[in-house]
Design a binder for this molecule. Structure first.
Ligand code: ASP
Ligand code: CP
Length: 307
């Protein structure tokens, strides 16, 4: 695999390979000196045209633990502000000698476009409403830590599916590993067409929760909603928020997930996010080891895995 642009670049076997490798990097991360030389001499650039906390910092931590060199590109202080095009920017960075670009952009397809222009490996760290493959990988890993396998699990993905790249990548990854996915949302927060999506769809969260093994809440993506899609956030929370009362409908061993950042009090009640069944912090922690596995797979051929 040269790039990671979509979950489909991996398929079920590729996802399994990343999850297996992640186990090794979880072990590395638990050491007193959590560092291996696997990517010594490699240079990785963070090209984030959209804001990020966990994806960017976990990629950075992952690269450092693999001994790679990193270059940070900040759009707001770069020559993008003088009007330099995406292509010129990327080719300028590549001329300095780099091995990988980790890209986040507000437009779908930008990481793919960049992969046509450069020799370096490209990793999609979120493109518009399209995909966020490393989020899906860390979500699969987190579920597997609690449930061994995704096969046959009933996973409800709840909320603003329409604007969520996480939902698209998660549906691909969860169903590839054999889970049954139900999308739960008001019709205005679903994509205009779900043709080809291997999912069930409902707007009745209360009916889904008692049977769910995993409930995955999506952030209300207000920055991507350019029209009024809901009467009010309060009504959204009343019908589709995981409130304290609604969380009581869940089975004792059901898992509550969220990609972050959370709108506590909107899609998830503040105290529900802190229940023992919520694995939201675990998702973040696993993000580092999963991204180590992805960077190693793309750049580490021939290198000793864990020295
Ligand atoms: N952080 C995730 C993303 O960038 C989810 C979100 O922002 O709601 O897609
Ligand atoms: N989950 C996620 O991608 O978070 P950030 O937007 O903070 O990177």
């Amino acid at each position: 695999m040269k790039h990671l642009l979509s979950v489909n670049d991996l398929g079920a076997d590729g996802i399994e390979e990343v999850l297996r490798l992640t186990d090794s990097f979880v072990e590395v991360s638990a050491r007193s000196i959590p560092k291996v030389p696997a990517l010594r001499g490699k240079t990785i650039v963070w090209l984030f045209y959209e804001d990020s906390t966990r994806t960017r910092l976990s990629f950075e931590t992952a690269a450092k633990r693999l001994s790679a060199d990193t270059m940070n590109f900040s759009v707001s202080t770069s020559s993008v502000k003088k009007g330099e095009s995406l292509r010129d920017t990327v080719e300028t960075i590549e001329a300095m000698g780099i091995d990988a670009l980790v890209v986040r952009h507000a437009s779908a397809g930008v990481p793919w476009q960049i992969s046509q222009w450069v020799d370096a490996a490209v990793v999609n760290a979120g493109d518009g409403w399209h995909e966020h493959p490393t989020q899906a990988l860390l979500d699969c890993y987190t579920i597997r830590q609690r449930r061994q396998s995704l096969h046959g699990l009933r996973i409800a993905i709840v909320g603003d599916v329409k604007h969520s790249r996480v939902a698209r990548s998660d549906v691909l990854a969860f169903t590839a590993l054999g889970a049954e996915v139900t999308l739960v949302a008001p019709p205005t927060l679903l994509p205009p067409s779900l043709e080809g999506w291997p999912v069930d769809v409902t707007s009745d969260l209360d009916a889904v929760l008692p049977k769910a093994d995993v409930v995955y809440l999506l952030r209300m993506q207000k920055e991507r909603q350019h029209e009024s899609l809901l009467p009010s956030l309060r009504e959204y929370t009343a019908l589709w928020g995981l409130t304290r009362d609604r969380a009581r409908l869940l089975a004792d061993d059901a898992i509550v997930m969220h990609p972050g950042p959370m709108n506590r009090g909107v899609e998830i009640a503040a105290e529900v996010a802190d229940l023992p069944n919520a694995v939201i912090t675990q998702q973040v922690a696993n993000g580092v080891a999963v991204r180590m596995a992805v960077l190693y797979l793309l750049l580490g051929s021939g290198a000793e895995l864990v020295a």
